[in-house]
Ligand binder design. Sequence first.
Ligand SMILES: [Zn+2]
Length: 174
Amino acid sequence: MPTPPLSDENWKDYPEEIERLEKIAQERKKFNNLAEANEDRALYIDWAKDRAKRVHEEMKADPDIKHTGKEICGFDERLALDGGEWEIWRASAEGNTVFDNRRIDDRDVCIRKKCERHANWRSIFADESQLQGRLFSEHLVQLKHEERKIKDRQKKRSIRDSREGVVETGPWLS
Ligand SMILES: [Zn+2]
């Protein structure tokens, strides 16, 4: 059953709820964006791993480099960008090209074989992105749940009000 629209009078009666619903809508938008950005990061991490392998193979195949044996570090400095810097890069022409092609073509990576500085970057960044993703989606579920509770309350009230013909004075935050 669709929620019956509340009259202006009802809306005015429960400013706390209206305010909270607005906040929830803002939060949901914000966290949806964060979750999306995080999914992009996860993709980028995968592509960075692929690219590291590719660069390593290319180096091995290049007779001038004479690169053998252990895999290169392959760290990409873009992984170290903070949230805002990443967003700017992601929106740039370069960022769009990478995401359109679903691969990173430049060879701008750390080619050290034994790299202390970026040790375990693959698992560190992948784990972080997974954890972030989980936190974001848990928070989004909470917000959705809270929003539903408020809307259910409004619905019940509106049904009761129309039945009894009584204007309630709320707020009903029980
Ligand atoms: Zn490195």
